[in-house]
Design a protein around this ligand. Structure first.
Ligand SMILES: C[S@@+](CC[C@H](N)C(=O)[O-])C[C@H]1O[C@@H](n2cnc3c(N)ncnc32)[C@H](O)[C@@H]1O
Length: 344
């Protein structure tokens, strides 16, 4: 039998207090999902308090370079160690996917921003649940993107990122930010404004050489209603769709202009449209306030559209408190390889 080696990672200490407490259970679920396709099985994942700090510990046969690459992208990992003789911590260098400076994601602060660590978590668990998790180049959509936290995180990974946002002011704020960021970082880039489509396109690269060699990172944001996504993007286009739904009462589309308290009316309209632009084998990850819609109803609503909802133990451990009014949960659902719409 192969000898199992013990590992531990330290959870980022810089998270805000409420999210830090939630992040401990989320960290376990995320690691289980991130490592589900690794060459070496990762097991006995648990939390341990060691010298007053919280670690996630796990066991595996020797983790190899490509496994470290996956684990390094965990949304709350701060440092990784191999545990020798039970209490000797040997540091293992992380190898994150990040290609830009981390202020790309952290610098913007505004009301309504989705916590950037949570956004990374949502994106990680959604991508890892797709059939494309080990592919180098993915196309990611946030169909209700606000000021672009998901887009910036997927850009950080080097993926092509798209976003749709109904509120013109939020789109303008995002555009202002990304334009000044490109300038201040002296990144070679090109913007293109498609006025009729209310769309801004960006092409950039990590270095001048990459730009010259067409190793581009692409981003686009559209000011519009997510229900019109099929008019903006071709069929079967995205590997992953990740979205943090509006909180409170602002749910609706411009087609059905009456705003509803919960997200269900909105999802019933828009998920069938999102499915059209999602590749077979791709996943949709949705976070929402459970106080506005219980999880079992959310599962039923997505299953009614023909999606396959992941509902094993690790996928049921995502619920966490954001503030007094918001208890957030996440649901991940896949478009099967041979997806057939239930009404067809
Ligand atoms: C929770 S916020 C997303 C925040 C975003 N993740 C961020 O960090 O900036 C949800 C967003 O959905 C947008 N929204 C609501 N209805 C929409 C629709 N029908 N189409 C597109 N966007 C919509 C809201 O304007 C809001 O910005």
């Amino acid at each position: 039998m192969e000898k199992l080696i013990k590992y531990a990672f330290l959870i980022l200490p810089s998270l805000n207090r409420v999210y830090y407490e939630s992040s401990k259970e989320l960290a376990i679920a995320e690691l289980k999902i991130l490592t589900r396709n690794l060459s070496n099985k990762v097991e006995s994942i648990e939390l341990k308090e060691i010298a007053g700090l919280t670690y996630v510990t796990f066991q595996s046969t020797e983790i190899i370079e490509c496994d470290i690459k996956h684990i390094s992208n965990h949304s709350t990992i701060y440092a990784l160690y191999e545990i020798k003789d039970d209490d000797l911590f040997k540091p293992i260098a992380l190898n994150r996917r990040d290609i830009f400076d981390d202020d790309l994601i952290s610098i913007q602060k505004y009301m309504g921003k989705t916590n950037e660590y949570f956004t990374k978590f949502l994106l990680n668990v959604t991508i890892s649940s797709t059939e494309f998790s080990s592919e180098k180049q993915l196309r990611i959509l946030d169909p209700m993107c606000g000021r672009g936290t998901t887009m910036l995180q997927s850009m950080m990974y080097g993926y092509d990122s798209s976003g749709i946002e109904l509120n013109k002011n939020l789109v303008s704020a995002f555009e202002g930010f990304i334009k000044s960021y490109m300038k201040s970082k002296r990144l070679k880039h090109k913007f293109q404004s498609l006025t009729k489509k209310k769309q801004l396109l960006l092409e950039t690269a990590v270095s001048k050489e990459d730009y010259k060699n067409n190793n581009l990172v692409k981003l686009n944001i559209t000011n519009g209603d997510t229900i019109d996504c099929r008019k903006i993007f071709p069929k079967n286009n995205f590997h992953c769709i990740a979205v943090d739904l509006p909180y409170g009462v602002q749910h609706g589309t411009t087609v059905n202009s009456s705003l509803k308290r919960g997200p269900l009316a909105l999802l019933k309209q828009v998920v069938p449209e999102w499915i059209k632009i999602l590749k077979p084998g791709g996943c949709i990850g949705i976070s929402w306030n459970v106080n506005t819609c219980p999880r079992d109803i959310m599962i039923q609503t997505l299953e009614d559209t023909g999606l396959e909802v992941f509902d094993t133990e690790e996928y049921r451990k995502f619920v966490h408190r954001v503030d007094q009014a918001v208890l957030r949960d996440v649901i991940i659902a896949k478009k099967g390889r041979y997806f057939i719409h239930p009404l067809n």
